[in-house]
Write a protein that binds this ligand. Structure first.
Ligand SMILES: *[C@@H]1O[C@H](CO)[C@@H](O)[C@H](O)[C@H]1NC(C)=O
Ligand SMILES: *[C@@H]1O[C@H](CO)[C@@H](O)[C@H](O)[C@H]1NC(C)=O
Ligand SMILES: *[C@@H]1O[C@H](CO)[C@@H](O)[C@H](O)[C@H]1NC(C)=O
Ligand SMILES: *[C@@H]1O[C@H](CO)[C@@H](O)[C@H](O)[C@H]1NC(C)=O
Ligand SMILES: *[C@@H]1O[C@H](CO)[C@@H](O)[C@H](O)[C@H]1NC(C)=O
Ligand SMILES: *[C@@H]1O[C@H](CO)[C@@H](O)[C@H](O)[C@H]1NC(C)=O
Ligand SMILES: *[C@@H]1O[C@H](CO)[C@@H](O)[C@H](O)[C@H]1NC(C)=O
Ligand SMILES: *[C@@H]1O[C@H](CO)[C@@H](O)[C@H](O)[C@H]1NC(C)=O
Ligand SMILES: *[C@@H]1O[C@H](CO)[C@@H](O)[C@H](O)[C@H]1NC(C)=O
Ligand SMILES: *[C@@H]1O[C@H](CO)[C@@H](O)[C@H](O)[C@H]1NC(C)=O
Ligand SMILES: *[C@@H]1O[C@H](CO)[C@@H](O)[C@H](O)[C@H]1NC(C)=O
Ligand SMILES: *[C@@H]1O[C@H](CO)[C@@H](O)[C@H](O)[C@H]1NC(C)=O
Length: 839
C-alpha cells in the first residue's frame, strides 16, 4: 500500500493536470504536497449489495473518492463487522446488522447522520438516498483536507429539491448554451445514457432528489408508448443515485395524442385518459415523481380554454397521481391575455395573484404551485413574487434559474445565490408576522406538508456541462441552498472552488472575490434600480436592447419617455401591484420614499431627475452604475490572469476567453444603455463620459476601400450608431486611419460584430506590422454558446483586445476584413487605450 501511495504521489503531486471540467466538483484530486494523510478506514461496509441501490452507489463512491484523494484502494463489503471501517447504509439496515442505532438526533426523510472518529466512520441515512448524501459529505470533507472528527445529523429544509430541464425531444434545449441534450436526440430518448449517469452523480452529491427531464413547453408525444419506455431507461439510470424522474405534460395531449374531441379537465373521458397514461407510466417507473404542468401560459393550452379553473386543471393530474404517491408541480406563470401598454393600470406582474389567490384551498394535497422568484421572469432584480404571501392553504415551491437566460447566458460570470437570497430571505409580513419566503416555500410558515424548490438547469453535452466552468458554482450552490437556505453563499462558493480548482488559497480567494462581485457588476451594467434586465426580450435575451421592453404586449414595460421612467405599480395611481403584498410590505412599496433604490423603477414612475437616497439623480445613477459595472468586469480578467500556473492550462484558457469576452461585452452593454437613456432624456452625464470617446477611431471615419458605413439597429448597439461592413459579403474590405496619439504603448481594442452564419477573418496592422488576426466565429463553432444573432446588434457586438502595442504618432492603422457567409466582416471602432484606461 505504501508503495502504491508513493507512486501515486510522484505521478500527480506538483503537476497541474489538464482538466476538461466533466468531473466538476467530484474530481477527488490528490491533496497538495505537504498535506498530512488522516487515519483512513481500512474497509468500506455498504449495507446493500444491490447495484441499483443508493447505498451500493455510496460504497462505490467512497472507494473511488478515497482512492483519488489518497491513492488508497479500499475493498467494499456488504457484510462483516470490522471496527475500523466506513459503514454506510440506512439507520435501520445498521440496526439489523449491529443491533443498535447510534443516530442521536431525529432524522427525517433524506436526512443523514455522519460520525467520523478517525478511521471509524458511520454514515447513516434515514433512507438510502440520505446515506448516499452522507457519503458525498464525508468525501467533500476529505477532498478539502478537512480531517476533523465530527458527529452530527442533518435534515433537508424541504422535501422537494428538483431540477427542471427544458430539453426538447429533438435534442435541442430551450435556453441551452452548452450543446445538445443529454437526454434526448432526434425525437427519442438518447440511446447512450452515459452522460445522464454522470449528471445524476453530480446531482445526487448536491442532494437533488428529482429531475423533470423534458421542457415545460412539452411535446404531446412525450407520453406515447415508445417515449414512456424511453424515459423509463432514464429512470433506471437515475435510481442508483436516489433521483426520481418527472415529466412535463402538454395539457392538450388527450386531443393531440389520444384522439379525444376535448381536453376539458372535468370531462370523464379526459379523466380516464390521464388515469390510463399515469398507470402506464407507473407500470414502467414504479418510483415516478410526478408531473410538471405549464398551462394557459404563453400560448400553451390549459383549463381556461374550457372556462375551468386552474385548480380543476391541477387536480386532474393530482387525482391520477395520488394512488401512486406522485405529485403535480403546477406553474404559476399564467398570463395568456397579453396586456395593453396604453392602459396605465394594466400589469402582467398582477397576473399570478389574480389567477391563483382566489383558488387558495381548492388544490388537492399533492399539488404544489411552482412560483418563479419574481412576478415577471427571472430578471436581474425583482421583488419577491407576492403570490408567496397569498396561498396559505396551498403548498408552494420557488422556481429559480441556474440557466442564465437573462443573466449573460453563461458567457458572463454571474454567481446567483446572492440574488436568490434577496428573495428567499425577504419577509412578506403575512398577518404582520415574520414570513420569510424561504419559510413559506419549505412549508414551515403555513404548516404545509409539501414544499421546496425547482431550478431550471440547462446542462448539455458539452464537457463543461453548462458551457462555462465558473457557472457550475450556481448549480452546486443551488443544491446546497435547497437543503439549507440559511447556508452562507460565500462559504458554499469556497467549498465549490476548493473541490473544483484545488486548495490553493490564492485560487480560492480570487474566484471568491470575482464571483461575489459578479452579480452586482452585471446588475450595474445591464439594468439597475429595478428596471429589469434591459435585454432584447423579442429576440435572444442576451445583449442590450432597452426599447424592446416597451411598445410590445409582453408587459415587461419600463414606460421610459423623455421625462421619466419606471412602472407605477402603486395602488393610489398605478397598477395596484404593490397592494398584492401584505399591508406592511404594501405600505413600504406604495411610497416612493420607503421603496429601496434598487427597486425604485419597479414600483414607481419617476422623472430622470428624481433624487435617490444616495442623493444622485436617477439618470446620473444610470450613467455611474453602468460605468462602474463595466469597470469591475475588466478587473475580472486581471484577477483571473493572476492564477496562471495555479489552475490547469485547459480550464485557465477557457475561463480567460470567457472573462475577456465578458469584459468586452460589458462595455457594449454600458454604452448601449447609457447612450439610449442619454438620447431619450437629453440629460448629459455630469462626468462627461457618455458620448465622448477620445480614444476611439470610428470605422466610419476611417479611409474605406471595399467597406461602407452601415447604420446599426438598434442605434445604441454601435458607437456613434454606425458600423462598417464589406460592400458585398464575399469581398475583402480595408479601413485605414492615421494614429494621432502621442508615441507610446497602448492596448488596441477592436469592436466588431460576430454574427451567426459566417466566419469573417480580420487582420490589424500598424504600418506593415501585423498586430493580430482573428476569426469572427465564436458563436459558429460553439466557443460561446449564447443564443446567436444574425444581425449587427447588441448580441453580436463584441471586442478583442491586443495588449501593449507600441505606436508612434503618425503611424497608420489598417484593418483588413474578409466577409464570409452572411457576415460582412462588420467593424465598429478601434480604441487606442493608454495603460489603465477603460473605454
Ligand atoms: C437494497 O436495495 C434494493 C434496490 O434498491 C431494494 O429493493 C432493497 O429493499 C434494499 N435492501 C435493503 C435490505 O434495504
Ligand atoms: C470540517 O467539516 C465539518 C463538517 O462539515 C465542519 O463543521 C467544519 O467546520 C469543517 N472544518 C473546517 C476547518 O473547515
Ligand atoms: C413533437 O414531437 C414530434 C415527434 O418527434 C415532432 O415531429 C414534432 O415536431 C414535435 N412538436 C413540437 C411542437 O415540437
Ligand atoms: C457513450 O457516451 C460516452 C460519453 O460521451 C462515451 O465515452 C462512450 O464511448 C459512448 N458509448 C457508446 C457505445 O457510444
Ligand atoms: C389516433 O388517431 C391516429 C390517426 O387516425 C391513429 O394512428 C392513432 O392510433 C389513434 N390513437 C389512439 C390512441 O386512438
Ligand atoms: C367560456 O366563456 C366565455 C365567456 O362566458 C364564452 O364566450 C365561451 O364560449 C366559453 N367557452 C367554453 C369552451 O365554454
Ligand atoms: C385555510 O385553512 C385554515 C386553517 O387550516 C382554515 O381555517 C381556512 O378556512 C382555510 N381557508 C380556505 C380558503 O380554505
Ligand atoms: C417631472 O417632470 C415633468 C416635466 O418636466 C414636470 O412637469 C413634473 O412636475 C416633474 N415631476 C416631479 C415629481 O418632479
Ligand atoms: C458619426 O457617424 C457619421 C456617419 O454616420 C459621421 O459622419 C460622423 O463623423 C461620426 N461622428 C463621430 C463623432 O465619429
Ligand atoms: C463557420 O465555421 C464552422 C466551423 O468550421 C462551420 O461549421 C460553419 O459552417 C462555418 N460557417 C460558414 C458560413 O461557412
Ligand atoms: C464546449 O464548449 C466550449 C466553449 O463553449 C467549446 O469551446 C467546446 O468546443 C465545446 N466542447 C464540446 C465537446 O462541445
Ligand atoms: C450574403 O448575404 C446575404 C444577405 O445577408 C445572404 O442572403 C447570402 O446568402 C450571403 N451569401 C453567402 C455566400 O453566404
Amino acid at each position: 500500500m505504501m508503495h502504491n501511495l508513493l507512486f501515486y504521489y510522484l505521478l500527480f503531486v506538483g503537476l497541474v493536470a489538464a482538466e476538461n471540467g466533466r468531473q466538476a466538483w467530484l474530481r477527488y484530486a490528490p491533496l497538495p504536497r505537504g498535506h498530512s494523510t488522516p487515519t483512513l478506514p481500512s474497509t468500506i461496509l455498504a449495507l446493500n449489495s444491490s447495484a441499483s441501490s443508493p447505498v451500493y452507489t455510496a460504497g462505490q463512491e467512497l472507494q473511488k473518492g478515497i482512492q483519488g484523494i489518497f491513492g488508497k484502494r479500499l475493498s467494499v463489503h456488504a457484510t462483516g463487522k470490522q471496527a475500523s471501517s466506513a459503514v454506510v447504509g440506512t439507520a435501520s439496515q445498521f440496526q439489523k446488522l449491529f443491533g443498535s442505532n447510534p443516530v442521536k438526533d431525529e432524522l427525517i426523510e433524506d436526512g443523514f447522520w455522519l460520525n467520523v472518529k478517525g478511521g471509524t466512520v458511520q454514515i447513516l441515512g434515514q433512507n438510502e438516498r440520505g446515506a448516499l448524501y452522507g457519503a458525498f459529505e464525508y468525501l467533500s470533507m476529505l477532498a478539502q483536507g478537512n480531517f476533523s472528527n465530527v458527529e452530527y445529523a442533518t435534515n433537508p429544509a424541504a422535501p422537494i429539491r428538483w431540477v427542471n430541464s427544458w430539453d426538447n425531444m429533438d435534442g435541442s434545449i430551450e435556453r441551452g448554451f452548452a450543446g445538445k441534450s443529454v437526454f434526448f436526440a432526434g425525437g427519442h430518448v438518447a440511446s447512450n445514457l452515459t452522460r445522464v449517469s454522470e449528471y445524476a452523480r453530480l446531482l445526487s452529491s448536491i442532494r437533488i432528489n428529482a429531475v423533470v427531464v423534458n421542457n415545460v413547453n412539452a411535446n404531446f408525444t412525450t407520453v406515447n408508448a415508445e417515449n414512456i419506455a424511453g424515459v423509463a431507461r432514464i429512470a433506471d439510470v437515475f435510481r442508483p443515485y436516489g433521483i426520481q424522474l418527472g415529466l412535463s405534460l402538454d395539457f392538450a395531449t388527450p386531443m393531440k395524442l389520444g384522439n379525444l374531441s376535448t381536453y376539458d379537465p372535468l370531462d370523464s373521458e379526459v379523466i380516464a385518459y390521464w388515469n390510463a397514461v399515469t398507470q402506464q407510466i407507473y407500470d414502467h417507473i414504479f418510483d415516478f415523481a410526478g408531473y410538471l404542468v405549464k398551462a394557459d401560459s404563453e400560448g400553451t393550452p390549459g383549463p381556461l380554454v374550457y372556462n375551468r379553473t386552474l385548480a380543476d386543471g391541477a387536480n386532474l393530474f393530482a387525482r391520477a397521481l395520488q394512488p401512486f404517491g406522485g405529485i403535480v408541480m403546477y406553474r404559476a406563470f399564467v398570463y395568456n391575455q397579453l396586456p395593453d401598454e396604453g392602459d396605465w393600470k394594466a400589469d402582467r406582474a398582477n397576473a399570478a395573484v389574480d389567477y391563483f389567490q382566489p383558488l387558495d384551498g381548492q388544490f388537492d394535497d399533492n399539488v404544489i404551485i411552482q412560483i418563479k422568484y419574481g412576478p415577471i421572469d427571472f430578471q436581474v432584480r425583482e421583488p419577491a413574487s407576492p403570490l408567496f404571501a397569498n396561498l396559505p392553504n396551498t403548498s408552494t415551491a420557488i422556481e429559480l434559474q441556474v440557466a442564465q437566460e437573462y443573466l449573460g447566458q453563461q458567457c458572463h460570470l454571474v454567481y446567483l445565490p446572492p440574488l436568490w437570497r434577496t428573495i428567499l430571505d425577504f419577509d412578506l409580513r403575512v398577518d404582520n408576522q415574520s414570513s420569510l419566503v424561504r419559510n413559506v416555500v419549505t412549508g414551515e410558515r403555513f404548516k404545509r406538508p409539501l414544499g421546496g424548490s425547482a431550478a431550471v438547469v440547462n446542462v448539455g453535452l458539452n464537457d463543461t456541462w453548462l458551457g462555462s466552468h465558473l457557472a457550475m458554482s450556481n448549480l452546486y450552490a443551488y443544491g446546497r441552498l435547497a437543503w439549507d437556505w440559511t447556508s452562507d453563499s460565500e462559504e458554499i462558493l469556497q467549498d465549490w472552488t476548493r473541490l473544483t480548482f484545488g486548495l490553493d488559497k490564492t485560487v480560492v480567494d480570487t474566484i471568491t472575490q470575482m464571483s461575489m462581485a459578479s452579480w452586482p457588476a452585471y446588475e450595474n451594467y445591464s439594468g439597475n434600480l429595478g428596471e429589469q434586465t434591459l435585454t432584447d426580450i423579442l429576440y435572444t435575451h442576451f445583449g442590450p436592447n432597452p426599447q424592446t421592453l416597451d411598445n410590445t404586449p409582453w408587459g415587461q414595460w419600463t414606460r421610459a419617455d423623455h421625462t421619466g421612467i419606471g412602472m407605477d405599480r402603486t395602488v393610489s395611481t398605478g397598477t395596484g401591484f404593490s397592494g398584492q403584498y401584505p399591508p406592511e410590505v404594501a405600505a413600504m412599496y406604495e411610497d416612493v420614499e420607503t421603496t429601496p433604490d434598487d427597486l425604485l423603477l419597479w414600483f414607481h414612475h419617476v422623472n430622470y431627475t428624481q433624487k435617490l437616497k444616495s442623493a444622485k439623480t436617477v439618470i446620473q445613477h444610470f450613467y455611474d452604475a453602468h460605468y462602474e459595472g463595466a469597470e469591475t468586469a475588466q478587473r475580472f480578467v486581471q484577477m483571473w490572469q493572476s492564477l496562471k500556473g495555479k489552475v490547469d492550462d485547459e480550464r485557465f484558457e477557457d475561463v480567460l476567453f470567457r472573462q475577456s469576452f465578458q469584459a468586452g461585452h460589458s462595455i457594449v452593454w454600458r454604452d448601449a444603455v447609457v447612450n439610449f437613456y442619454n438620447n431619450v432624456s437629453g440629460i448629459p452625464d455630469d462626468a462627461g463620459r457618455v458620448g465622448h470617446h477620445p480614444f476611439r477611431i470610428e470605422g466610419e471615419n476611417m479611409v474605406l476601400s471595399g467597406y461602407r458605413p452601415y447604420a446599426v439597429t438598434p442605434f445604441e448597439a454601435a458607437s456613434n450608431a454606425t458600423a462598417i461592413v464589406t460592400t458585398t459579403n464575399s469581398t475583402v474590405g480595408t479601413a485605414t486611419a492615421m494614429l494621432d496619439f502621442a508615441s507610446g504603448v497602448y492596448d488596441l481594442a477592436v469592436n466588431y460584430f460576430d454574427l451567426y452564419g459566417g466566419n469573417s477573418t480580420y487582420q490589424v496592422f500598424v504600418n506593415s506590422r501585423l498586430i493580430g488576426e482573428w476569426i469572427g466565429n465564436a458563436v459558429d463553432i460553439g466557443k460561446l454558446g449564447h443564443s446567436p444573432s444574425i444581425y449587427l446588434d447588441g448580441h453580436s457586438a463584441t471586442r478583442i483586445t491586443f495588449p501593449k502595442v507600441s505606436i508612434k504618432r503618425g503611424d497608420t492603422l489598417k484593418i483588413v476584413g474578409e466577409a464570409n457567409g452572411v457576415e460582412p466582416a462588420p467593424l465598429d471602432y478601434v480604441a487606442v487605450l493608454p495603460a489603465g484606461v477603460v473605454d
